[in-house]
Design a protein around this ligand. Structure first.
Ligand code: COA
Length: 389
């Protein structure tokens, strides 16, 4: 079977994008991805188009968005669909594109991710409350932040993780986001530990700076067969490993453990196995820091540090831009923003840019191997991808 490579990856400016309509935001992501490719690609070159979009019906009164994307691109792909898997929609769509090429059904695939959340903040809040299990949990007051607050409290109890360590994740990610002009909070610049720790409480122990924001944005990636990738770019990026993991659990109350994510370990182990690599081979990573505690658990369950040592990992500066394993160089969901459908592909775009040496002030030196990890629900579903030059 053929190997698959990325030949282009781009993101729009994230943040409050009331300056553009939904279709204009889609078009902007297409323009961004095409700018990262050396050779002209025509709309009819795409025989696959997958569009990740979480909740356009609720947020933007627009359904059938894959068809809209085909119109925006001017493409007539024989494989086309919308993909929805909450916050991991982008990474799942990416895997659909990878599978389409791997199976021989497509030669060139455009994968797009989009969410325009600030158009209707009331709907956006509702949207975040209906991702958890509505029948058993949301009805009792569980939201994204109160669920992750339970996770944070339990991790603090089991492993001695501190509020200060969680705030350090935010300080690091805003430090990186201040170097990324596309980031939602680029203009905010760096933040101090005091500012992070003293911000208003959202759900004990998570305060404002422990949370990712509600954002608008889009991202796009173009995939093709590795054997023809160099026709389009001098710097194709190979997909070395890709895997999903899921727990048979929709809510937080019946997860096997809320502090040790079984589905993440499953996805990570499968991706490492496919890539024939181990955690110590990863040189840069984008992980799903929807809440600061998530990034700390991800250090552990991706195998970057031992169980319970995630707090120490950030405190020792290991995941800083100049640390042993820089994580969320883009600013992460915390500072770059989290437009649900766009997030997974934006993570991939950052790793592509790092591997190509195009990340400007946030570039990590001499990176050859990078990883992305994207979750949905209360960490019951994960996608892990590993990329190489
Ligand atoms: N971090 C830092 N600042 C934030 C922020 C965040 N996460 N969210 C909002 N702000 C800032 C805004 O920029 C704004 O600043 P300004 O007054 O200088 O313009 C101010 O706080 C008020 O913004 P507002 O949108 O009114 O805040 P809010 O209280 O309605 O929302 C949260 C704050 C944290 C509740 C909201 O961002 C949220 O729900 N985040 C979680 C999103 C989520 O769950 N995603 C899915 C994850 S799985």
């Amino acid at each position: 079977m053929t190997d698959v490579s990325i030949i282009g990856a781009g993101v729009t400016k994230f943040g409050n994008r009331q300056d553009v309509s939904y279709r204009e935001l889609m078009a902007e992501s297409v323009a961004e991805v095409l700018r990262t490719i050396d050779t002209e690609i025509l709309p009819n070159n795409f025989d696959g188009l997958f569009v990740a979009a979480g909740q356009p019906e609720l947020l933007n009164d627009q359904a059938n968005v894959a068809n809209l994307a085909a119109q925006v691109v001017g493409a007539t792909p024989s494989l086309i669909s919308r993909v929805e898997m909450a916050c991991s929609s982008g990474s799942v769509a990416f895997r659909q594109g990878w599978m389409a090429i791997k199976s021989g059904l497509a030669d060139m695939v455009l994968v797009m991710g989009i969410e325009k959340m600030t158009q209707n903040m009331k709907a956006a809040s509702k949207g975040l409350c209906i991702v958890p299990d509505v029948e058993y949990e949301s009805i009792h007051g569980i939201t994204a932040y109160s669920g992750f607050a339970l996770i944070a409290n339990q991790h603090m109890k089991e492993h001695g993780t501190t509020k200060e360590q969680m705030s350090m994740v935010a300080v690091k990610n805003h430090h990186n986001g201040a170097k990324n002009p596309k980031a939602h909070f680029y203009e905010m610049g760096e933040i101090t530990l005091e500012k992070a720790m003293n911000s208003r409480m959202v759900s004990e122990p998570l305060n404002l700076f422990d949370c990712s924001p509600i954002s608008d944005g889009a991202s796009a990636v173009i995939l093709t067969k590795s054997e023809i990738a160099r026709k389009f770019t001098d710097q194709p990026i190979k997909i070395l490993g890709t895997a999903q993991g899921i727990e048979p659990s929709m809510g937080i109350s019946n997860m096997s453990s809320i502090t040790e994510w079984k589905a993440l370990k499953q996805a990570a182990n499968s991706a490492y196995r496919m890539a024939e690599l181990s955690p110590s081979d990863i040189q840069v990573a984008e992980t799903h820091d929807c809440f600061s505690i998530a990034e700390i658990i991800e250090y552990e369950d991706l195998g970057f540090t031992a169980k319970g040592m995630g707090g120490k990992f950030i405190e020792d500066g290991e995941s800083h831009l100049d640390g042993s394993l820089p994580i969320n160089t883009s600013g992460g969901l915390k500072a770059k923003g989290h437009p649900i459908g766009a997030t997974g592909l934006a993570q991939i775009t950052e790793i592509v840019s790092q591997l190509r040496g195009q990340s400007g002030k946030r570039q990590v030196n001499d990176v050859e191997i990078g990883l992305t990890q994207n979750l949905s629900g209360f960490a019951t579903h994960h996608v892990v991808n590993i990329f190489g030059k």
